[in-house]
Design a protein around this ligand. Structure first.
Ligand code: HEM
Ligand SMILES: *[C@@H]1O[C@H](CO)[C@@H](O)[C@H](O)[C@H]1NC(C)=O
Ligand SMILES: *[C@@H]1O[C@H](CO)[C@@H](O)[C@H](O)[C@H]1NC(C)=O
Length: 509
């Protein structure tokens, strides 16, 4: 009998252990009502080690196994991942309010002096803030034919300058990487709108600032560990240094914006709206209201607009140039179309857009194929909600996998116009407010660069489509050369500045 007696404590211990495990799982299920499907989450790190280099692709693979709505755990956060057109539209459009929140991530609080609209949770004040940002963009880009023209001319001038810079960088058949010049060009468009001022491509300080901002998306992109493993902040490690750099670059960028806005405050004239900064000062600084927005939100709005309009637009053109150089046969077709529709004596304009549908198709296909904003800025649920029959509790972080929508096999006929089905500006209450100006900008840059130049890769470089991951996917370093096609056409800047919109700003109309 002795061997049996020895086994009893071990047996009891095993039972106790199993019972506890069951109890823990039961309590957890109870808390989350019906637990969402998803991969097993390891202690401490959760699924952080499984994300890989390209989390959006991992998420799409997991959707094949667990369905379009599932849960992962990153560090100490449960996160719901939404994939595919149906689930994402059900969430963002049918349940727009429930999915309009943002999580209270520490990295979000470092943006725009904590007064960002983009990185703020859903609230009455946020609604007002977003409305102001939205109507400011409209007032300076599409409110009437005069502002439309002024905006367009500004982009044209920036694009023709870019052509000259590319040609200089290509002197004697040299190859160059266009990334940085594209950032300066996109920054100039939005800075001209915001401050009535553009910067030279050789402005060292401005270039340095933009170079730092380039890293912004790496920390803020979905799957970044800064926000889900707070304990990583307590000892030196790569995540902590990345976060410290992130805080520094936000502080420097916000300082830059703050100085510009202060200059505007000093010279503010309620009768004359010089630019977006004036318009926003006029609404937030000068109008007493009970919406809770304070002076700091003025800078917050301006820095949101500059930040959002910079990386996205330049990354779009960056991909377009890469794909043009990679597919010379398509480039030739586009050249022929431009020469037929526009001719060689003038530059393409927005009015040509309807006759240049193949250009727009190329832009949309670039957006679909690269899905260069693969996952939106993280959302958070503002109340309990059910998607595809699955319960998601209030205050859950939600990743919206736009890439998965653009890489689903198309339903029905392939002839169908797919351009409206590209998801890159998100949808619902948090959808991008700059999509209209982004489309005009990208079209004009693309059309003018292509009308003026041909782009070629070097014979021994096989252009790779690999990229770096972050809020935006950026192509790896590649080199191209530009050759002038025919005569160089210029747009004149001096004529442009007298055309800046001088409108009295009526915010809520
Ligand atoms: C090709 C260019 C662009 C793309 C692909 C793009 C895409 C996006 C995406 C995916 C979001 C996040 C939506 C979400 O969280 O669900 C967003 C938000 C936003 N975008 Fe854009 N964007 C572009 C250009 C611009 C431009 C030019 C501006 C303004 C000048 C702008 C202003 C904003 C703002 C302010 C938000 C925050 C909205 C909010 O949180 O309520 N974007 N954009
Ligand atoms: C966001 O705001 C909603 C109210 O609109 C609130 O219920 C929710 O708890 C907030 N979420 C976070 C993460 O702070
Ligand atoms: C691109 O990615 C593929 C597979 O992901 C890899 O095999 C290849 O080496 C990468 N190319 C470059 C240039 O990094």
């Amino acid at each position: 009998g002795l061997p049996f007696l020895v086994k009893i404590p071990a047996l009891v211990a095993s039972f106790v252990f199993l019972f506890c495990l069951e109890a823990c799982l039961w309590v957890r299920n109870f808390r989350l009502k019906r637990r969402l499907p998803g991969p097993f989450a390891w202690p401490v790190v959760g699924n952080a080690m499984q994300l890989g280099q390209m989390p959006h692709i991992t998420f799409a693979k997991l959707a094949k196994k667990y369905g379009n709505v599932y849960q992962i755990r990153l560090g100490c956060s449960d996160i719901v991942v939404l994939n595919g057109d149906r689930a994402i539209r059900e969430a963002l459009i049918l349940h727009s309010t429930e999915f309009a929140g943002r999580p209270n991530f520490v990295s979000f609080q470092a943006v725009s002096g904590g007064k960002s609209m983009t990185f703020t949770n859903y609230s009455k004040q946020w609604k007002m803030h977003r409305k102001i940002a939205q109507s400011t963009i409209r007032a300076f880009s599409s409110a009437n034919s005069q502002t439309k023209k002024a905006f367009e001319q500004q982009v044209v001038a920036e694009a023709t300058e870019l052509v000259e810079i590319f040609l200089k960088l290509s002197a004697q058949g040299q190859y160059f990487n266009p990334a940085h010049e594209l950032t300066v060009a996109a920054a100039n468009v939005i800075c001209a709108l915001c401050f009535g001022k553009r910067y030279g491509h050789d402005d060292v300080e401005f270039r340095a600032l933009l170079q730092k901002l380039d890293k912004f998306g790496e920390t803020i992109g979905a799957g970044s560990l800064v926000d889900v493993m707070p304990w990583l902040q307590s000892f030196p490690n790569p995540v902590r240094s990345m976060f410290n750099n992130f805080k520094d670059l936000n502080q420097e960028f916000f300082g830059f914006v703050h100085n510009k806005v202060e200059e505007h405050r000093d010279t503010f004239d309620p009768e004359v709206t010089r630019d977006m900064s004036d318009a926003i000062i006029g609404v937030i600084d000068k109008v007493d209201s009970d919406n809770g927005l304070t002076k700091g939100h003025t800078e917050g709005t301006v820095s949101d607009l500059i930040g959002a309009g910079l990386d996205t637009v330049s990354t779009a053109i960056h991909w377009i140039l890469l794909l043009l150089a990679k597919h010379p046969e398509i480039q030739t077709k586009l050249h022929e179309l431009l020469d037929k529709v526009v001719g060689r004596n003038r530059l393409p304009s927005v009015d040509d857009r309807s006759s240049l549908a193949y250009l727009d198709a190329f832009i949309y296909e670039t957006m679909r194929f690269t899905s260069f904003v693969p996952i939106t800025i993280p959302h958070s649920t503002t109340s309990d909600v059910t998607i595809e029959g699955l319960h998601i509790p209030k205050d859950t972080v939600v990743f919206i996998n736009q890439w998965s929508v653009n890489h689903e096999p198309p339903e029905g006929s392939l002839d169908k116009d797919l351009t409206n089905n590209v998801m890159i500006f998100s949808a619902g209450k948090r959808r991008c407010i700059g999509n209209q100006i982004a489309k005009v900008e990208i079209f004009l840059f693309f059309a003018i660069l292509l009308h003026q130049c041909s782009f070629e890769k070097s014979a021994h470089e096989d252009l790779s489509l690999n990229c770096t991951y972050g809020l935006t996917l950026k192509p790896l370093n590649y080199k191209i050369t530009a050759t002038l096609r025919g005569e160089l056409l210029k747009a004149v800047w001096s004529q442009q500045s007298s055309n800046l919109p001088r409108l009295i700003y009526l915010p809520m109309c």
